[in-house]
Design a protein around this ligand. Sequence first.
Ligand code: C5P
Length: 224
Amino acid sequence: MKNKKIFIACDTTSIKKVKKIIRETQSNKIKVGYKFGLEFFNSKKGRSFISKIKNKIIFADLKLFDIPNTCVSAIKAVKDLKINYLTIHVSTGLKALKEAKKVCGKTKLIGVTTLTSLDNKSLKEIGYNKSLNKLVEHQAKLAARANLDALVCSPHEIKYVKKRFKKEIITPGIRLNSKNNDQKRVTTPKKAFQNGSDWIVIGRSITSGNIKNNFKKLLMNIYK
Ligand code: C5P
C-alpha cells in the first residue's frame, strides 16, 4: 500500500469552506490534492479562486461530455488555470478522447468510466446491455487506445480496469461510515487502496461535520 494519495472533493460554492477544507487536511503522512467540480467552478468566485491556488495538486472535475470540437474548446478555455488533472467521460467517444488528449498539454486527462452512483439496474434503464464490470472493462480499453493518463472507476472494478489500462486509477465511492448518500458502489479508503487505487476521491465523509476529526479518522482507517 505504498504511494497512497487522496483527492478531497470540494463540493461547495463557498470560498470560506474551501479554505477551511484545505487548511484542515494538510498532512505529511499522505499526498493530498483538491477536486473542484461544476458546483465550485460555476460559482461566482470559484474559477478566480482556483486560478490563485499555489502549490497544490488541482483536479478539475468538469466531466466533459460533448462533440470533439466542444471538448477541445473547453479544455483550451481552462488552460490558464494550469490544472493538474481534468476529467472527460469515456463515453464521449474515441475521437473526442484523442482530440482532447492532443490539446491537454501538461494537464493529465482522466477518463470517467461509469459513475459510481449507477448500478446494473440503472445501466439497464439507460439502455446499456453490458453488465457493469464488462462495461467498465470495455471503457478502460477505449481509454488505453486514446492514451489517457488516468481513469476513474469505482473501487469494485479496479481488477477489470487493470487488465486493460496500465496508468493511474482514481476511485470515488469512498465511505468512512455506512452513509452511502447517492453512491451505489462504495467501499472504505483502506479497501480501495488494497484493491489497487492510486488515488481515492473522498467528499462528504470528510467535508460534512468536523473536517479535522473526519480527516484523522480517514488516516486511521488507512494506516491502522
Ligand atoms: O461526497 P462523495 O465522497 O460521494 O463525493 C464523490 C465525488 O466524486 C463527487 O465530487 C463526485 O462528483 C465525484 N465522482 C463520483 N463518481 C464518479 C466520478 C466522480 O462520485 N464516477
